[in-house]
Write a protein that binds this ligand. Structure first.
Ligand code: ADP
Length: 347
């Protein structure tokens, strides 16, 4: 059985074809800068047309969908109801869900008779308890407007859990981990007995760790100060927080490889601030897990490839006895596995 995994982002399209039995990747393509000035690919339909693959061999399609709200805790077969729910979540994921929907609609047009599934980035974190997902805001903001922590990168954290459990030779339901997805986007997850109990990303992917261009945690008053005292518009603040902050904000660069070879104060500061925030989260998740952690798992471009950053993070007496793993994440394989599990359970 061949599955086509589609990850349609706001300006990118990532596709992979996997053979389910062997988990072999038969085709893989990433098209970036869609719709950007100077790009020859102006929309996702054009991007699809550039793919040099045979769609006739595809048995099922699995779509990555960023926001599943509180509803989806597992992969689902896409029907009109599911489409409507993903649409209704656009206010919570204005950047991602519209692009994901577009990917689904294009594939439905191209392969109208092929079953299509959605796998949500938020799904793995639907196990969070109220004390973990509620913000201390007026309760009706949660009840009426669904303002709560959702958490993202769930497909990656779930994959890391399964791989780490294999290395540990433990059952998922008795595995406790702290998983770190450190790439351009960064998140850290506390996993207790195989379930996500806390995640650094929140209502949006902005919260938590210091990322390539996102600020992570800041005092919410800073947003009001930028608007009321500095006269910035909501849109300008949004761009500052998501595109001009994080490592870029501190040292003008978001590629950790480049930052590490620089020898200036700002570059050093950017790394120190990022590492300190990660350590702070590991410490707090250790407490949430009662000190009972089977392993720390590093993943994502930085977590997988930068020994220097891993060493800096682990340079703390609190972490010295914890086992660590470096595991290459594979969100597409996880999406494929989840779609397959759903098909099997339906039979
Ligand atoms: P994304 O979140 O966009 O999927 P990735 O997980 O691919 O990002 O991570 C990309 C980042 O990984 C790069 O911006 C770079 O900072 C970092 N990275 C990749 N290779 C290395 C390396 N050898 N050393 C340090 N950082 C690296």
């Amino acid at each position: 059985m061949q599955i086509l995994v589609v990850n349609a982002g706001s300006s990118s399209l990532k596709v992979k074809v996997l053979e389910l039995a062997s988990q072999k990747v038969l085709y893989s393509e990433l098209i970036e800068h869609i719709g950007e000035s100077g790009s020859i690919v102006q929309n996702h339909e054009q991007a699809l047309n550039t793919l040099e693959m045979d769609f006739n061999t595809i048995d099922i399609v699995g779509h990555r969908v960023v926001h599943g709200g509180e509803k989806f805790s597992n992969a689902v077969l896409i029907d009109e109801d599911v489409m409507q729910t993903i649409r209704s979540l656009i206010p919570l994921a204005a950047l991602h869900n519209p692009a994901n929907l577009q990917g689904i609609e294009l594939m439905q047009k191209l392969l109208p008779h092929t079953p299509q599934y959605a796998v949500f980035d938020t799904a793995f974190h639907t196990t969070l308890q109220k004390e973990a997902y509620l913000y201390a805001l007026p309760y009706e903001l949660y009840e009426k407007h669904h303002i709560r922590r959702y958490g993202f990168h769930g497909t990656s954290h779930k994959y890391l859990l399964q791989e780490a459990a294999k290395h540990l030779e433990k059952k998922l339901e008795s595995t406790n981990l702290i998983t770190l997805h450190l790439g351009n986007g960064e998140s850290i997850c506390a996993i207790k007995n195989g379930k996500s109990i806390d995640i650094s990303m929140g209502f949006t992917p902005l919260e938590g760790l210091i990322m390539g261009s996102r600020s992570g945690d800041i005092d919410a008053e800073i947003v009001l100060f930028m608007q009321n005292s500095l006269g910035l518009s909501a849109n300008e603040v949004d761009i500052i927080l998501n595109k001009k902050s994080g490592l870029i904000g501190i040292c003008g660069e978001n590629d950790v490889r480049e930052i590490l070879i620089r020898d200036d104060e700002r570059a050093k500061l950017a790394i120190d601030i990022m590492v300190r925030r990660i350590q702070k989260y590991i410490g707090s998740y250790l407490v949430l897990l009662g000190g009972n952690v089977d392993a720390l798992v590093f993943s994502g471009g930085i977590g997988e490839h930068s020994q220097i950053i891993r060493e800096k993070i682990l340079d703390n007496a609190m972490f010295k006895d914890i086992k660590t793993f470096v595991i290459e994440t594979d969100e597409e394989l996880e999406i494929a596995k989840e779609c397959f599990a759903l098909i099997k359970s339906a039979k």
